[in-house]
Design a protein around this ligand. Structure first.
Ligand SMILES: *Cc1c(COP(=O)(O)O)cnc(C)c1O
Length: 408
């Protein structure tokens, strides 16, 4: 890693920042479109997009303009009062997904906490106190205590036990196990909570048919279906929401990451059946802040006007085919998972970190997951020129990673 040491703040960071991330040793100072610049003047093609956040790239002029106008008008009010951007955004969000109402928070974990609270209250009111929430192995729902319990990954959760009870992880794709859990009278379940694509655990796609079966099971056993679209939403997978490809309607959907084009914002959308929260049940000082909501309104406008979800689908299909072709050219690409512009390159060798490091030297930001997956979640505005640069850079990075590996 020494050759990657950069001047500037990165060298001092350890003294003042908690060591919660193993950060890539670069300091980013500005961004535009699909590119970011480092403090030592390097320009990098950003295929991570702030982890599926920068859907319109960096500093999109319409997002900047909407946020700037709102900054000069009204920055914060609390949720004791209405603001125009928040009400307008809720209407747009509902229109884009399914009939219902919205609660705004500031992040993904906070959106999922809200969804969990809705499901708990619904269980008290409608299901004689049922409170278990069924999630899937490999899930990622956030880093607060309850969302860690929903995540069920021991690596993330063990240092913080005891976690809140009432969460069970079930094997992915196993409808029999799910049905048994829903039928379990000892531990009655109020909800099933899933991501259409498990992004953090390596970009693992849930089949459309499996999602439809989960919907049917939730109906049969009177449980809510919560779909966590925090990573898959905002057009990334080729449709505005990934669950739309399965033709299902969730009872609750959670959104965050890309919604405000990089500003912090999260949302819980509940359909009529799950709309049980009353005044005093939940809150957030900053949630649905007018600046973030104004930015999000601009994001929705651009996504719709420029048909960006469909473009993301087409771009992803091109990238995926060409990434797969690298496997045919002797590079260790076993498979390419995902949909649209949420892609996981599954490597045949445990070289994800080495590949990401080599990619950085080639001028690309890519995200290693575990030992053998490279995740790509670039801005949805990526053009064919950038796709080409990405492919050339990834090909070179893979070759260098293989050349430097003792197994090669
Ligand atoms: C990122 C993510 C979260 C957590 O969002 P934060 O904003 O980091 O709290 C939850 N669920 C999914 C699917 C995510 O990708």
């Amino acid at each position: 890693m020494a050759e990657l040491a950069r001047p500037g703040v990165a060298a001092e960071a350890d003294q003042v920042l908690m060591s919660t991330y193993s950060r890539v040793p670069v300091t980013l100072v500005r961004g535009s479109g699909c590119y970011v610049e480092t403090d030592d003047g390097r320009r990098l093609l950003d295929l991570v997009g702030g982890i599926a956040v920068n859907v319109l790239g960096h500093c999109h002029p319409e997002v900047v303009a909407a946020a700037t106008t709102q900054l000069q008008r009204l920055i914060h009010t609390s949720n004791l009062y209405f603001t125009e951007p928040q009400v307008n955004l809720a209407a747009v969000l509902v229109e884009s997904a399914f009939p219902g109402r919205v609660f705004f928070g500031n992040s993904g974990a906070e959106a999922n906490e809200g969804a969990i609270k809705v499901a708990r209250k619904w269980g008290q009111l409608r299901r004689q106190g049922a409170y278990h929430i069924l999630t899937l192995e490999g899930a990622f729902h956030g880093r607060t205590l309850a969302t860690l319990a929903a995540t069920g990954n021991d690596h993330y959760g063990d240092p913080f036990r005891p976690l809140p009870e009432g969460f069970r992880q079930l094997p992915k794709g196993d409808l029999g196990a799910m049905e048994a859990a829903l039928a379990d009278r000892e531990r009655p379940a109020t909800a099933v909570m899933v991501e259409p694509i498990q992004g953090e655990s390596g970009v693992l796609v849930l089949d459309d048919d499996y999602l439809r079966q989960l919907r049917a099971l939730c109906d049969r056993y009177q449980a809510l279906l919560i779909v966590d679209e925090i990573q898959t939403g905002m057009g990334r997978t080729g449709t505005m929401w990934a669950h739309q490809q399965a033709g299902i309607t969730p009872d609750i959907m959670t959104v965050a990451k890309g919604i405000a084009g990089g500003l912090p914002l999260g949302a819980v959308l509940v359909g009529e059946r799950a709309d049980v929260l009353a005044p005093g049940d939940h809150g957030s000082t900053f949630g649905g802040n007018p600046v973030a909501c104004a930015a999000a309104l601009a994001v929705f406008q651009v996504l719709e006007r420029e048909a960006i979800p469909a473009r993301a689908g087409a771009s992803g299909a091109r990238l995926r085919a060409q990434l797969l072709a690298l496997g045919g050219r002797g590079l260790p690409v076993a498979e390419v998972r995902g949909r649209g512009l949420l892609l996981g390159i599954g490597l045949e060798l445990p070289l994800a970190r080495e590949t990401a490091r080599a990619a950085l030297d080639e001028g690309l930001l890519v995200n290693p997951i575990g030992t053998s997956t490279i995740r790509l979640a670039p801005p949805l505005i990526i053009g064919e020129d950038e796709e080409e640069l990405a492919l050339v850079g990834i090909e070179r990075a893979l070759s260098r990673a293989v050349a430097g590996s003792p197994d090669a």
